[in-house]
Design a protein around this ligand. Structure first.
Ligand SMILES: Nc1ncnc2c1ncn2[C@@H]1O[C@H](COP(=O)(O)OP(=O)(O)O)[C@@H](O)[C@H]1O
Ligand SMILES: [Mg+2]
Length: 300
């Protein structure tokens, strides 16, 4: 995937801008394998934001246009958020919809005392300008860096600036929600307990993206081996092996990213397999999956 279809003249805090629809983002959506009903729920919530929110008073339903995806790292949250933007735009033809990707770290790493200002400028200028021009989806990836749980921050250890940045996010969210019903924020967090409760209470939907269950592990492993088989055809045989199910079972407890990386580790079992991945065996996969799980347990 490229860097976004516009990387020139990006305002501070926005690191990519995409004109939608964008097939590369659609491929991301398709690559995340999980219970379809969760994907449908997510898509429907996003669509409802653009259909119902402009028409229904905030006194009736106080929608803010914020969806939060929470779950362990590597479960597909960022991919889903980007892919969602594509899928929503597909349903609204000719809507000039855009996706803006915010980089919270670049805002909070501003010089001391400037974070609050950087956050305010981003929301009140860059995001507002885009929303004034057409429907806009904004990805707030790893939002815990922007909307830090103020109740857990000690003023001694943290600059007052960080508190004020969270305040600024909340103030700006309220203002934007009022002015631009064609704006949708999709936020992600690996650490929901670190996100300020005033932010989470503004979310229209908080969706938990769990570790893949047995069926999802099987799907991810099948998709990964199937993709590999396009280059190394013999790998396809592993999917048909009677022990394929054992491999999928051995992946339960790993996140989607770890499952795909585990396959790469299996290819690196010895130099011969690394040179010719067509020789990959079920045993290689099984031991790589077990090893990945052991490593994971040790890290917890
Ligand atoms: N449920 C899943 N199905 C298929 N692939 C997945 C799944 N979850 C994660 N992945 C893979 O893991 C990688 C990381 O996903 P990402 O969206 O960055 O996760 P997160 O933002 O939750 O850390 C992607 O390449 C993706 O294909
Ligand atoms: Mg992510």
């Amino acid at each position: 995937m490229g860097l976004g279809n516009d990387v020139s003249n990006l305002p501070k805090g926005i690191h990519r801008r995409w004109d939608l629809p964008e097939p590369a983002l659609g491929a991301l959506w398709d690559s995340i394998l999980m219970d379809e009903c969760h994907k449908t729920q997510l898509l429907s919530q996003a669509v409802m934001n653009f259909t119902v929110r402009p028409k229904v008073s905030r006194d009736v339903i106080p929608l803010h246009g914020v969806i939060l995806l929470v779950g362990p790292p590597g479960t597909g949250k960022t991919s889903l958020a980007r892919g969602l933007a594509h899928r929503v735009s597909q349903l609204f033809h000719n809507s000039r919809m855009q996706l803006l990707e915010v980089e919270p770290h670049s805002l909070t790493s501003s010089a001391m005392g400037k974070t609050q200002r950087a956050v305010s400028d981003l929301f009140s200028q860059s995001i507002a300008e885009s929303a004034a021009n057409g429907p806009t989806i904004v990805l707030l990836d790893e939002v815990e860096t922007l909307a830090v749980d103020r109740s857990k921050l000690s003023l001694d250890a943290n600059p007052i600036d960080i508190h004020r940045a969270t305040d600024a996010v909340l103030v700006q969210l309220d203002l934007l929600a009022e002015q631009y019903p064609n704006l949708l924020f999709v936020a992600t967090s690996n650490f929901p307990e670190a996100v300020d409760s005033a932010f989470t209470s503004r979310c229209d939907l908080i969706m938990e993206i769990p570790l893949p269950d047995q069926a999802a592990c099987e799907q991810i492993l099948r998709a990964c081996l199937g993709g590999l088989a396009k280059t190394y055809p013999d790998v396809a045989g592993l999917i048909k092996s009677p022990r394929f199910g054992d491999c999928a079972n051995a992946c339960v407890g790993l996140d989607g990213r770890a499952i795909r990386k585990m396959v790469a580790n299996a290819l690196a079992v010895d130099p011969q397999t690394a040179i010719n991945p067509n020789t990959l065996s079920i045993d290689n996969l099984l031991s790589a999956a077990r090893y990945a799980k052991e490593q994971r347990i040790q890290r917890i």
